[in-house]
Design a protein. Structure first.
Length: 210
C-alpha cells in the first residue's frame, strides 16, 4: 500500500447535500414552506440536537421524537426516516479521483460527521464509490465530532500509521484546522481542480485535471 493515507469527508466532498430537501418532504401537509420549517428549526436549536445525534448520544427514534416536538410536525418514525435520509447527490469528479487513487493502491478512508440514518442511506446510494474505501470513521460511532482532536485521533488509529502520514480532505475550514492541530496534513476542499493541485503538491499521484 502506498502512503500517504487519504481521508475524505463525505458531505460536500464525496457527495453534496441540502437539508432543504428533507424539509420539503417533512413540510408536506404541515401548512408551512420548506424554508420556513428549516428556519424555525434553526431558531429553535436544531444545531444542538443534530450534534447530539451525530455524536451518538441519542438514537434515531429519539432524534425523530425530539425533532417532531421542536417543529410541531406529526410524523411516524418510518415516514420521518424516509424524508430525512434522501438529501444527497454525487460529486462525480471526486468519485473519479477516488477511483483513480484506489487503482494506484492508496489507502482511502471516509471521515465524516454524520448519523446512523444518513450513513446507512448514503452507503447504499454511493456504494460504487464508498465500496472502494478501506474503512470509515463516523462521528456517531466514535462519539466525537470534527473538529475535536479525538475524532482525528480515531482516524489515525484506524489508519495504523503516524498522523504525519495522513491527509484529511474537508470542505469546512474549522475541520481542516482541527486536523492540522492533530498532526495530519489537511486540505480544504473548494473544488476538484484545486484539490488535484494541492494533492500533487504533497506528492500524491493524481490524474490530470480535465
Amino acid at each position: 500500500m502506498r502512503e500517504p493515507v487519504l481521508f475524505f469527508d463525505f458531505g460536500n466532498v464525496v457527495g453534496f447535500f441540502d437539508y432543504l430537501r428533507a424539509c420539503e418532504r417533512l413540510a408536506v401537509g404541515a401548512g408551512i414552506s420548506a424554508v420556513q420549517l428549516r428556519d424555525d428549526l434553526v431558531a429553535r436549536g436544531f444545531a444542538n440536537l443534530l450534534a447530539e445525534f451525530e455524536s451518538g448520544r441519542i438514537l434515531p427514534e429519539a432524534f425523530s421524537v425530539r425533532l417532531m416536538e421542536m417543529s410541531s410536525l406529526s410524523l411516524d418514525y418510518p415516514s420521518f426516516a424516509e424524508a430525512w435520509q434522501d438529501i444527497f447527490w454525487p460529486n462525480e469528479p471526486v468519485a473519479d479521483l477516488i477511483a483513480s487513487l484506489k487503482a494506484q493502491d492508496y489507502r482511502l478512508y471516509l471521515g465524516s460527521n454524520t448519523n446512523l440514518l444518513h450513513a446507512s442511506f448514503y452507503r447504499r446510494q454511493f456504494a460504487r464509490t464508498l465500496d472502494l474505501f478501506d474503512g470509515f470513521v463516523l462521528s456517531y460511532e466514535v462519539g466525537h465530532l470534527k473538529p475535536a482532536r479525538e475524532f482525528f485521533e480515531a482516524c489515525v488509529a484506524v489508519a495504523g500509521t503516524p498522523a504525519r502520514s495522513c491527509i484529511f480532505i474537508d470542505d469546512v475550514a474549522e475541520n481542516v484546522e482541527g486536523a492540522r492541530n492533530a498532526g495530519l496534513t489537511a486540505i480544504q476542499y473548494l473544488d476538484t481542480p484545486s484539490l488535484l493541485t494541492e494533492l500533487a503538491g504533497v506528492g500524491v499521484k493524481v490524474p490530470p485535471a480535465p
